[in-house]
Design a protein around this ligand. Structure first.
Ligand SMILES: NC(=O)c1ccc[n+]([C@@H]2O[C@H](COP(=O)([O-])OP(=O)(O)OC[C@H]3O[C@@H](n4cnc5c(N)ncnc54)[C@H](O)[C@@H]3O)[C@@H](O)[C@H]2O)c1
Length: 250
């Protein structure tokens, strides 16, 4: 199936690592022109170099998604470099500490909310003027299974991801008339730098909750994100799609 992505322009936040980078590599193979945005300048430079080695067109923007001005500048850079933005993938995020809510302090919630929820709002808002003016666009945000059911010891993280799912549904309702598709993907626990703290014992204990018997890899998530950004998914919007080895079945 030809996804029709050749020469499309995509901004991928959190593109220096994990799911964001894997998605960038897959899109690069489909001929997508990329702007990777991340706050980690060193990893970002390495990621862009690897994408270019494979023959891709890729550039970097050092961005803190929690700052709206950074997000505006990110979109301006993409427009300056490529002349348009067809796709926004919101993958920048943080996990926060594993902790019972009743033992947490309000100042520990601030970063999670500012990056995982307000950061996604900032990037969406920064790109909507352009997408509305063109009457087309695809936005895919990384939510989480934790945003659907939530879990012990990650309640605030789960709440931010629940917020991303709600934001996705609301934006889909508002932006559909401009032919802008807005969707979220909800991974289960996936092996990336974000989850590198998991010990072998914890991985083995967690895998028992997954009908397919293993945790995820970025390569399990990136194809769905890429498909949702393609013309082949043009009648899918407002969805929060689980990619989690059967963990979430609602
Ligand atoms: N790994 C998992 O188990 C899992 C499960 C469900 C959802 N997710 C979500 O998927 C997304 C990608 O996670 P990952 O596992 O690839 O993690 P990762 O840590 O490998 O990548 C996240 C990237 O986001 C960047 N980032 C963090 N804060 C930022 C900010 N303020 N501005 C710009 N960039 C910032 C980091 O520098 C990093 O490069 C996140 O939103 C995460 O919450 C991950």
């Amino acid at each position: 199936m030809d996804l029709g992505l050749k020469d499309k322009v995509a901004i991928i936040t959190g593109g220096a690592s994990g799911i964001g980078f894997c998605t960038a590599a897959l899109m690069r193979d489909e001929g997508v022109r990329l702007l990777l945005a991340d706050r980690d300048a060193d990893s970002l430079a390495g990621a862009v170099a690897r994408l270019r080695e494979g023959g891709g067109e890729a550039d970097a923007a050092v961005v803190d998604v929690s700052k709206f001005e950074d997000c505006r500048t990110m979109v301006d850079s993409a427009l300056e470099r490529y002349g348009t933005v067809d796709i926004l993938v919101n993958s920048a995020g943080i996990g926060g500490d594993m902790q019972f809510f009743a033992e947490s302090e309000p100042e520990q919630w601030e970063g999670l909310l500012a990056i995982n929820l307000v950061g996604v709002m900032n990037c969406c808002r920064a790109v909507t003027d352009h997408m509305i003016s063109r009457g087309t666009g695809k936005i895919v945000s990384l939510a989480s299974e934790a945003g659907k059911a939530n879990e012990k010891r990650m309640v605030v993280y789960g709440a931010t991801k629940g917020g991303v799912i709600s934001l996705t549904r609301g934006l889909a309702a508002e932006l559909g008339r401009h032919s802008i598709n807005v969707n979220a993907v909800c991974p289960g626990v996936t092996h990336t730098p974000m989850t590198s703290y998991l010990s072998e014992e914890l991985v083995a204990a967690s895998e028992r909750f997954y009908p397919l018997g293993r945790l995820g890899n970025p390569e399990d998530i990136a194809p769905m994100i890429t498909f949702l950004c393609s013309e082949r998914a043009s009648w899918i919007t407002g969805q929060a799609i689980s990619i989690s080895g059967g963990f979430g079945r609602a």
